[in-house]
Design a binder for this molecule. Structure first.
Ligand code: HOZ
Length: 434
């Protein structure tokens, strides 16, 4: 397999782009080598500029739940393009997408569309503060909620990849109201409430997806909600990854825990830039123009993005692929575990529906600290062998893999072969270095 054209574009890109990328994870920093440049994608497959074809388990980090360029989505978007791209005024499709979203999430009476998951969360946090009149927010280490200043501490995703505890350029004042707790550890939340009486809310990824996939254990979410409500604080669910992915009604539907404020992104735009935050009426009425919390956006509710979202969600509802995701996810999990056993590699696979990833550790992974015991060198070997054998994975140990409803039996066979070869290589490398 050759990567000559990708390499050339990478070198060219270095001149006017930072690291030749527009988001750090894409730079392949933690796995080495040059990033791949993509030419096109269709269904479950993605093709790089050198013509290499891969089964895509990145899926744009989640949005492409139907696979790439689903016919119905493409048709709807093409039609919308003929009417104009942006008006700075309302369109009927904003109301249509809002209805689909509010119907799917019973805790949301109203929603506000923004342009990204980052924007959704920063607005959701502002809203929690506006509603409660309190300043402090608790976040969990390893959770990532976009690149807003206040939450860029102890974060997963790109910061975990680059081993950065926090970002430069974030003033102390911006994080002075951010408290850090440990995922799956209610006591670590309670301790903060013992010390502070001005905690507005707790933000959580109901399924952690940015420290690798980490699943809430037992009644953690239910107990968390009950406890923080007893203290007058709000539960803010960052369902940017899980919304419409874990279930149509997100992880909240699956886990039976309704959040006070829900933040969405990724799937709701079907690959176009859309984020959203929503809540019950008494909370949303604080948002301008109804209330005093200001939040705005020139491109918010963009007509093309709305059509991308509506057509994706309608098709998703029709397909209802969630039980199939469960079966395929389980199959891939078993493929990984079988190969790990055969080649005697320590492996833990975490999975929740169509999100999963392997950790090269023998520990059970229920929080960020445990996730960090993974052998990232092994992951790097694994990543490149999977690439060479036709499977495109996120170039980071700490990003989730995603499934689309376009995945086929042949794709799973490709994944199985690639996994087998990758573990063989890991064992070889491991023997050489130990
Ligand atoms: N925010 C995405 C989920 N971790 C990763 C994509 C990116 O940062 O570029």
């Amino acid at each position: 397999m050759e990567f000559k054209k990708s390499k050339k574009l990478f070198e060219k890109g270095l001149v006017n782009l930072v690291g030749a990328v527009n988001s750090p994870v894409r730079a392949f920093s933690s796995v080495g080598g040059n990033p791949l440049f993509i030419k096109k994608a269709r269904g479950s497959q993605i093709i790089d500029v050198d013509g290499n074809k891969y089964v895509d388990l990145v899926l744009s980090y989640g949005p492409m739940i139907l696979g790439h360029r689903h016919n119905k989505v493409q048709k709807a978007v093409n039609k919308a393009l003929k009417k104009g791209y942006s008006f700075g005024a309302s369109t009927e499709n904003e109301i249509a997408l809002a209805k689909i979203v509010c119907d799917a999430f019973p805790g949301m009476d109203k929603v506000r569309f923004v342009n990204s998951g980052t924007e959704a969360v920063l607005s959701g946090i502002r809203l929690a503060r506006a509603f409660t009149g309190r300043d402090k927010i608790i976040k969990f280490s390893g959770c990532y909620h976009g690149h807003q200043d206040a939450l860029l501490v102890a974060a997963g995703s790109g910061l975990a990849t680059l081993s950065l505890p926090s970002s430069k350029g974030v003033p102390e004042g911006a994080v002075k109201n951010t408290l850090i707790a440990t995922y799956n550890d209610l006591d670590s939340v309670k301790k903060h409430f013992e010390k502070h009486d001005d905690i507005a809310g707790v933000i959580i990824e109901p399924i952690g997806g940015n420290m690798g996939v980490v699943v809430p254990q037992g009644n953690f979410l239910k107990d968390l909600k009950e406890f923080i409500h007893s203290k007058g604080a709000l539960l803010i669910a960052d369902e940017v990854m899980t919304g419409f992915r874990s279930k149509f009604g997100g992880a909240q539907e699956l886990l039976g825990v309704e959040a006070d404020i829900t933040c969405l992104g990724k799937v709701i735009g079907g690959g176009f830039p859309v984020g959203a935050y929503g809540a019950r009426n008494e909370i949303m009425e604080n948002v301008a123009p109804l209330g005093g919390m200001y939040q705005a956006g020139t491109l918010s509710g963009n007509p093309i993005a709305m059509v991308g979202g509506i057509s994706t969600l309608k098709e998703l509802k029709r397909q209802n692929p969630y039980s199939e995701f469960e079966k395929i996810g389980e199959k891939i999990e078993n493929i990984l575990l079988k190969a790990a056993k055969k080649y005697e590699i320590d492996l833990t696979v975490n999975r929740f529906g169509s999100m999963m990833n392997p950790f090269f550790t023998k520990l059970k992974v229920t929080n960020f600290e445990q996730a960090q015991t993974t052998d990232t060198d092994m992951f790097a070997t694994f990543f490149w062998e999977m690439i060479k054998n036709g499977v495109f994975l996120p170039p980071s140990q700490f990003e989730a893999w995603f499934l689309s409803s376009a995945i086929s039996k042949e794709d799973i066979a490709t994944i199985e072969k690639a996994v087998e070869k990758s573990f063989f290589e890991i064992q070889k490398n491991h023997e050489r270095t130990s």
